[in-house]
Ligand binder design. Structure first.
Ligand code: ARG
Length: 401
């Protein structure tokens, strides 16, 4: 029987050419797998037809938008995940859901190998292949750009020579990856890290310098998950979409960073994640009133480690699973409303309320009605500083010898 390979297919030039390229290089039949994670653009049906037109023997398409929002974006929100303090893991969380579908398709169509369009320099090859190894240990991996010398020039020549139903003239100077959680733009002019991003780079956000009137929004959460916006019930996917629209119109969520890739390279990336950044901001502020201090401090460390694991392609790892359990446990009381103003590139919280809040007005107030006994503070401070005081006494004694 002819060998079969499932290919992660985007509908773009490189993966369209990869169908025939892999076929010629390996003699295998190629099954194209397209997964909708909210990247927008063409319909799955258009993409399916192109895959078949480019020589795929079968096309597997999946609308995974809710799955992505519920099972990948929501855990990211609960973790307040920002890799290196900036990047909300846009591409990093889309790879594991695509991997799930690739493995499912491989089983359905009897494929032995999984192919993807990544280069040998980035994180995404690692995320795909580590994920595949974990969910389908018997499956082999191949990356035509990395392993079969499929360069851009060769891709264009191949598409023209074979008359593939794909545009070869449209030259986008950037490498772009996007989904409902955000958008990542790199390469070209941006590789000079002193160059400011030009306007044409942005798509999810409007210029924050000329914002429309301020937009006040109330986001309601239930156990760490957004459930309503301005009182209207929403699914996680709808919450992200609605905030992409409203925060995006105000230029919220533009990020320009140089980040540390897993392969040891520092790279410049422009991100736009208006919905994700508005949600993370609101969620963090709700945690501030609903999570106990020590748990909150520890959770920040856990969230950072979680972000690194996910960035590094360890979505399906045991440690990530254990950290998920901790994070999930912290979310029990993260319910309530956050009011925030979206304006001029900023999402600023100006009100919060929760039935499960730890904020105690009577303890916090400086007005009459104060229930806090201030006389307790002196003894507390005495004991709190004791060990440092003893140590500094020792330092003086040793210095004087
Ligand atoms: N640097 C980001 C990451 O590794 C985004 C990469 C997305 N790819 C792209 N072609 N822009 O998660």
């Amino acid at each position: 029987m002819t060998e079969r390979i499932v290919l992660a297919y985007s509908g773009g030039l490189d993966t369209s050419v990869a169908i025939g390229w892999i076929g010629e290089a390996t003699g295998a039949e190629v099954i194209a797998v397209a997964v909708d994670v909210g990247q927008g653009g063409e319909s799955l049906e258009t993409i399916r037809q192109r895959a078949l037109g480019c020589g795929a023997v079968e096309a597997y398409v999946a609308d995974a938008r809710d799955e992505f929002a519920n099972e990948y974006a929501m855990p990211t929100l609960k973790a307040n995940a920002l890799y290196q303090g900036h990047y909300p893991l846009v591409s990093a969380i889309s790879r594991p859901v695509i991997v799930k579908h690739l493995v499912k398709a491989a089983r359905e169509f009897g494929a032995t190998t999984v192919a993807h369009g990544c280069t040998g320099k980035g994180n995404d090859q690692v995320r795909f292949e580590v994920g595949i190894q974990t969910l389908g240990p018997d499956l082999k991996c191949i990356a035509p750009v990395r392993d079969l010398a499929l360069t851009r020039d060769k891709a264009i020549a191949f598409a023209e020579e074979k008359g593939l139903p794909i545009e070869t003239t449209k030259k986008n100077p950037y490498s772009i990856d996007q989904n409902v959680w955000g958008r990542a733009v790199e390469t070209g002019y941006l590789e000079d890290i002193w160059n400011a991003p030009t306007k044409d780079i942005y798509d999810y956000t409007a210029t924050p310098e000329f914002p429309p009137a301020p937009d006040e929004v109330t986001i309601s959460f239930q156990a760490g998950v957004p459930v309503a916006i301005d009182g209207v019930k929403v699914t996680p996917l709808q919450a992200i979409q609605e905030l992409n629209r409203r925060a995006g119109a105000q230029g919220v969520g533009r990020i320009d960073v140089v980040e540390d890739r897993l392969v040891g390279i520092k790279s410049r990336e422009i991100y736009e994640a208006p919905g994700a950044m508005a949600l993370i901001t609101a969620h963090k502020h709700l945690e501030d009133i609903t999570i106990e201090r020590e748990q909150a401090r520890f959770k920040a460390t856990v969230g950072q480690r979680w972000s690194e694991l996910v960035y590094d392609g360890q979505w399906f790892s045991p440690l990530k699973r254990s950290l998920d359990a901790f994070i999930e446990d912290t979310q029990q009381y993260v319910s309530g409303d956050i009011r925030m103003v979206l304006h001029g590139g900023q999402a600023v919280v100006n009100g919060r309320r929760s039935e499960t809040s730890l904020y105690d007005f009577d303890l916090a107030t400086y007005d009459t009605g104060d229930t806090f006994d201030q006389s307790m503070a002196r003894g507390f401070i005495e004991l709190w500083g004791m060990s440092s005081k003893v140590a500094s006494g020792r330092d003086l004694r040793v210095a004087g010898q």
